[in-house]
Design a protein around this ligand. Structure first.
Ligand code: FES
Length: 67
């Protein structure tokens, strides 16, 4: 798994498959990159919906590689 904290944007997590559990519902997704909001302005939390651009969120780039 690779995690990239995008400059001025979301947390990007590269996975082959992920299970999303929200209360009683469960969803399996197979997309390669999941974007999580870190600006707090997304209307689709915990996912990024691009609102960080409108609020001009600032944050530095950080990359993590989990082995
Ligand atoms: S980081 Fe993109 S909407 Fe918050």
């Amino acid at each position: 798994m690779k995690i990239k904290i995008n400059e001025n944007g979301p947390i990007l997590i590269e996975v082959s498959e992920a299970k999303i559990i929200r209360g009683e519902t469960e969803e399996t997704i197979s997309q390669k990159t999941i974007a999580l909001c870190r600006c707090g302005q997304s209307s689709n939390k915990p996912f990024c919906d691009g609102a960080h651009r409108k609020c001009e969120f600032k944050g530095e780039l950080v990359e993590l590689e989990v082995k």
